[in-house]
Design a protein around this ligand. Structure first.
Ligand SMILES: C[S@@+](CC[C@H](N)C(=O)[O-])C[C@H]1O[C@@H](n2cnc3c(N)ncnc32)[C@H](O)[C@@H]1O
Length: 203
């Protein structure tokens, strides 16, 4: 009970900060922290975010890429219009892998991207096995999509849940990226098994 209260208060700090700093969600801070640690995003980069609604991370990415960069935000839910001019939104189901890739490449005239982020997560049921299976499916689909989009030297950051299957996916990522790291942001709840897999410098 005390733990829940403390955790809720901690989350509230990030929620309030997000509101003050003009971010749609506290998830923005997860990306900013990852960027600080791994230097994921540069000015002028093209970034794709999968599972991007309502858009906090996308806004953080928009600030990091600056006016010369571009962020493509993808979600199954419809976005409220962004005021940032370097954000383009696409409504797509990432489980429809090929369709999502085609929609993104169409916007980019076939150009490859610097970074793919996936923050996609399912509606959780509270049944651990079901939640893990649904999350791993989204993470794997996100990885497959990123494989078709990220250029040589580019990076990925994919949300996952701690589970056995993660090691297999990590192995796969290791075969395409020079550095692979696991990252748990400070804004992640202490009781959550949320984790991000980071792949840097695609071969
Ligand atoms: C944790 S939220 C993302 C928060 C977001 N990154 C932010 O910064 O505000 C997870 C998102 O994944 C999306 N999602 C879940 N399944 C999806 C799917 N099959 N295709 C596209 N988006 C999906 C949900 O609609 C939800 O908006």
């Amino acid at each position: 009970m005390v733990r829940n209260w403390a955790e809720e208060a901690y989350r509230d700090i990030f929620r309030r900060r997000a509101k003050t700093e003009g971010f749609r969600s506290r998830a923005a801070y997860k990306l900013l922290e990852a960027d600080k640690r791994f230097r994921l995003i540069k000015k002028g980069d093209i970034v794709v975010e999968l599972g991007a609604w309502p858009g906090g991370m996308t806004q953080a990415a928009s600030r990091l890429v600056g006016e010369t960069g571009l962020v493509i935000a993808v979600d199954i839910r419809k976005f409220k219009a962004f005021s940032e001019s370097n954000i383009i939104t696409i409504n797509s189901d990432i489980l429809e892998e090929e369709d999502t890739v085609q929609k993104i490449l169409q916007v980019l005239n076939g150009k490859q991207v610097d970074v793919v982020i996936s923050d996609a997560s399912p509606k959780f049921t509270g049944i651990r096995d079901v939640d893990i299976a649904r999350q791993i499916e989204l993470t794997e689909k996100s990885y497959n999509i990123s494989h078709k989009l990220v250029k040589k030297g580019g990076s990925i950051m994919l949300k996952a849940l701690e589970c056995r299957e993660l090691e297999l996916l990590e192995e796969q990522i290791r075969s395409s990226f020079s550095y692979v790291k696991r990252f748990i942001p400070s804004a992640t709840r202490k009781t959550s098994s949320e984790i991000y897999l980071i792949g840097l410098k695609r071969y």
